[in-house]
Design a protein around this ligand. Structure first.
Ligand SMILES: [Mn+2]
Length: 316
């Protein structure tokens, strides 16, 4: 269906989340695609971006940007790998640890396509729109979209940020810049699907920038197929798309092995329709699947479900 070759990137960075274990997610998913006798990962180039230099971790060093310097170094490498794949005219499937990896992946796309309109379809229970100034947890996986939009939301600031954290946050936000061009994703080029657990600071940014959101009631009323059609029509002037699929977008009945499950999520079939439709959309440059945490359950149901999704959505 698609003309471009696919490059699979595996980024096992997991220290943007409060719970460790998502670094084991991508390999569990690959293992279960093999058990399903799928050769998807044999047919494509697979490249690993592995966590390194974790000996100097001090989670108290930056309480509102936990593991910030290490995260920056890792995301810089993911950004470069994504950039290189896109420059080689590949489409990227990114399997990542926690959702802060979206910063590296999306920055790589923004850099490679500077001056173009990059759109984002964020399928998630959460908005991930906190900044270090508003975060209640300091976990960067709740800040990835904020880094891309670039609005610190100072009006709602509740945290006193030290200079080192502020500088590190600047560096993280600048990963997407290229040749002096301050690329970012315009708020009107973002669509959220399935969001249902967010804080008032994040909601304020949604309202301030008029960001399009589809909530569970919209999905229930109109169905995933219609929502996807409308989403792609809404993003018509985007040249390229980044699709981010957090497995906690799905209902906790499916999303067992993930750090922050939330009731009233997508069904497996809705997820599959979204992944298949968006992967086959020619504008999609990067599709990310994230937040599988096999250490939170006994039977790997989450990884099995994602292996099924990959089989059914990307085959052919
Ligand atoms: Mn997320």
């Amino acid at each position: 269906m698609q003309n471009k070759e696919t490059c699979v990137l595996i980024s096992d960075w997991e220290l943007g989340a409060g719970k460790q274990g998502t670094s084991k997610g991508p390999e569990a998913v690959i293992r279960f695609t093999h058990k399903r006798e799928s050769d998807f990962f044999e047919r494509h180039t697979v490249q690993y971006i592995r966590q390194t230099q974790l000996f100097d971790l001090d989670e108290h060093a930056m309480p509102f940007l936990k593991n910030g310097p290490q995260l920056y170094e890792h995301q810089k490498r993911l950004c470069q790998s994504t950039y290189d794949c896109i420059e080689a005219d590949r489409k990227v499937l990114l399997l990542s640890g926690d959702h802060s990896n979206a910063i590296g992946g999306l920055s790589g796309l923004c850099k490679a396509k500077k001056g173009k309109n990059v759109g984002v379809i964020w399928i998630d229970a959460h908005m991930d729109l906190h900044s270090p100034y508003t975060t209640p947890s300091g976990n960067v996986h709740g800040m990835s979209m904020n880094a891309i939009v670039g609005d610190d939301n100072i009006e709602f600031a509740s945290n006193a940020i030290d200079e080192e954290s502020a500088n590190t946050w600047q560096l993280i936000k600048q990963l997407k810049h290229q040749d002096g061009e301050k690329n970012r994703v315009k708020p009107e080029h973002i669509v959220y699907i399935g969001v249902r657990d967010f804080e008032r600071q994040e909601e304020a940014l949604i309202q301030k920038h008029g960001i399009r959101c589809y909530y569970p009631e919209d999905l229930a009323e109109r169905g995933m197929a219609n929502i996807l059609e409308e989403t792609l029509a809404y993003l018509h002037d985007c040249d390229y798309l980044y699709v981010s699929y957090d497995v906690d977008s799905m209902d906790p009945g499916i999303s067992i092995g993930t750090g922050t499950p939330v009731e009233n999520g997508l069904s497996l079939e809705q997820g599959q329709l979204a992944l298949k439709t968006l992967w086959n959309c020619p504008k999609t440059q990067v599709l990310e699947i994230t937040e599988v945490n096999p250490t939170l359950e006994m039977d790997n149901e989450m990884a099995k479900a994602v292996a099924w999704l990959i089989d059914r959505s990307f085959a052919g």
